[in-house]
Design a protein around this ligand. Structure first.
Ligand SMILES: Nc1ncnc2c1ncn2[C@@H]1O[C@H](COP(=O)(O)OP(=O)(O)O)[C@@H](O)[C@H]1O
Ligand SMILES: [Mg+2]
Length: 582
């Protein structure tokens, strides 16, 4: 045990002296209360500590203790369904008004100590195992088998392994080296968990949100950022993804946002059902809450705690999606701590290492071949909300995130103001994954999926050009084909891209329905084009198809196959033209 004394206190940063042998990133206990902190700077005899709890009341001269180890996340069965703070203390009582989430200096065990899990071995006595090998599993929730992995630094032949009920601290296997394997493992959160190999991903994370799945998809293992000003829909978007995306596991980090936003998640999620398994959504979810009223240093850490848990499930061979709302608040925590350290500030007061920290975080996303002899694959998809002050995307956090993320979902204040939700700007947003995903969409959904996506996007781009002309010379001066394009573009925007996150049916749109909706719009467009010149444009505007298209998103999802093929036939040229011209 290394013991020193507090020499100075500056908000969340505390200095101490007399701690010989202490290293950067070591975990310390500060003061009489034993507040949790982490060493962030060692300068001669003096160290700087970022303290994860409120520091008021601390005094110079109080003791600081450390056993010379970094902050370690506890990994093992029982993570799913848990709600943690940034340093993985279980938050059982949420009292966002007082900010008293947890008594200071408290240390709840991240994993339940007394609970017994039924362990089923998958290897036998005599078999050699090494880091990353699966030796068995426990059924953590009805849908998730929690694989028990050989930890780092452990290798040998199994001499003892037996099916049975164990707590996370009882050994489930023993090796000829004398090493024991427990279900509980520890991992330093700032170090990425090792993998065999990163691979390129050709599978999308299906979100059930048309603007993402069709226009700007992200791969399983990819990364996306959602920047937007206050009130533009970052949190609603992140929560929709947490609810509906087809990841096996979801890690949701509420990072520095208002407490009430997190309360919504906390009260709503336990009642929600996973659309794929019918199980409670919390059975596949880990929540990490470090809201704005909680200590700033733990907010900085919450991101790493979250991604470590995500990597841990990836290592079992699962597809994990991580949402962080908001990475800007994380960056602000970084800035505050850097300021307290009196480091040389970079752009807008952020520390010069902001860019590398952001990059390191997003680089922990990826699709991988896991360590272990069975070559299983897993992925971590990272979706980070960014809240640039005043919605100005040229600021450092947005810019540095943009450089590294593969998809950019830009929220637009004007769209939000006109209540077009999700307020994703379709002209400025992009996905770099489209090439990698083309084959998947063509194979799994429809050969013309990508072609139709392209046509819709072109309609919207053309609309943008035409709108400029209309502003100058008025709509009446447009040709009929251009008028029709504007009207179809409105349908694309209002009846396809708009999606109400709070509507029973519309909140989640299956991919096949998205495909049919595109077909319906394009079929009707073609019908109308065929009628141009044959009947007055006003008559085209009176066709029932416009109204029908505006309702199709509310067709119950389980009626997709029974409704759409007939509907599309009705909208397409043959029938419609005959009726009208006759
Ligand atoms: N997809 C959506 N469907 C319906 N309403 C939405 C949607 N996205 C955002 N909104 C509306 O916008 C409001 C603000 O969104 P929110 O996600 O809290 O913004 P931010 O996190 O960017 O500050 C929400 O309370 C909701 O009324
Ligand atoms: Mg928000």
């Amino acid at each position: 045990m290394i013991i020193g004394k507090i020499s100075r206190i500056s908000g969340p940063v505390v200095n101490a002296r007399g701690m010989e042998g202490i290293k950067i990133r070591d975990l310390v206990r500060v003061g009489e209360l034993g507040l949790v902190g982490e060493v962030i700077e060692v300068k001669g005899d003096q160290i700087s500590i970022q303290v994860y709890e409120e520091t008021d009341g601390l005094r110079v001269g109080e003791p600081v203790k450390s056993d010379g180890k970094p902050f370690l996340a506890e990994l093992g069965p029982g993570l799913l369904g848990m709600i943690y703070d940034g340093i993985q203390r279980p938050l059982e009582v949420i009292r966002d008004q007082t900010g008293a989430f947890i008594a200071r200096g408290a240390s709840g065990d991240p994993l339940h100590r007394g609970k017994r899990w039924h362990f089923v071995p998958t290897v036998k006595v005599g078999e050699p195992v090494a880091h990353g090998d699966v030796i068995g599993w426990v059924q953590e929730t009805p849908a998730i088998r929690h694989k028990i992995l050989v930890p780092e630094g452990v290798a040998g032949k199994i001499v003892k392994i037996k099916e049975g009920d164990y707590t996370v601290e009882e050994p489930v296997a023993e090796l000829d080296t004398g090493q024991k394997i427990f279900m509980k493992q520890l991992w330093p959160i700032r170090r990425p968990r090792p993998i065999a190999q990163k691979i390129t991903a050709g599978v999308p994370l299906i979100t059930g949100q048309r603007i993402f799945d069709v226009f700007f998809p992200v791969t399983k293992g990819g990364s996306a950022i959602v920047p937007g000003p206050f009130g533009s829909g970052k949190t609603v978007t992140q929560q929709a993804l947490a609810k509906w995306s087809d990841a096996d596991i979801v890690v949701y980090i509420g990072c520095g946002e208002r407490g009430n936003e997190m309360t919504e998640v906390l009260t709503e999620f336990p009642h929600l059902e996973d659309p794929r398994t019918g199980q409670p959504l919390m059975n596949r979810t880990v929540l990490i809450a470090n809201t704005s009223n909680m200590p700033v240093a733990a907010r900085e850490t919450s991101i790493y705690t979250g991604i470590t848990i995500a990597e841990y499930y990836r290592d079992m061979g699962y597809d994990v999606a991580l949402m962080a709302d908001s990475t800007s608040r994380w960056a602000e925590a970084l800035r505050e701590i850097s300021g307290r350290l009196e480091e040389m500030p970079g752009e807008e007061g952020y520390p010069p290492y902001l860019a590398s920290r952001i990059a390191e975080f997003y680089e922990r996303a990826g699709r991988v071949i896991c360590l272990g002899s069975d070559k299983r694959q897993g992925s971590v998809t990272v979706i980070g909300a960014v809240s640039p002050p005043g919605g100005d995307f040229s600021e450092p956090v947005t810019q540095n995130s943009l450089r590294i993320a593969g998809a950019f979902w830009g929220l637009d204040a004007r769209l939000a103001y006109s209540r077009h939700f999700p307020a994703i700007n379709w002209l400025t947003s992009y996905s770099l994954y489209l090439d990698a995903l083309q084959d998947w969409y063509k194979r799994e959904i429809g050969p013309d999926f990508i072609q139709m996506r392209q046509e819709l996007l072109e309609i919207l781009q053309k609309e943008d050009e035409l709108k400029k002309i209309v502003q100058l010379v008025g709509r009446e001066s447009l040709s009929e084909p251009d008028k029709l394009l504007l009207d179809i573009a409105r349908t694309v925007r209002d009846d396809f891209l708009r999606q109400n996150a709070f509507h029973e049916v519309d909140a989640y749109c299956p991919l096949k329905k998205q495909y049919y909706m595109m077909q319906a719009i394009l079929a009707f467009y073609k019908t109308c084009q065929g009628l141009l010149g044959k009947i007055p444009y006003e008559e085209i505007l009176k066709l029932p198809g416009w109204e029908q298209l505006s309702k199709m998103r509310y067709v119950p999802n389980d009626q997709t196959e029974s409704y759409f093929p007939g509907f599309i036939r009705e909208l397409s040229a043959a029938s419609m033209t005959k009726e009208v011209v006759a």
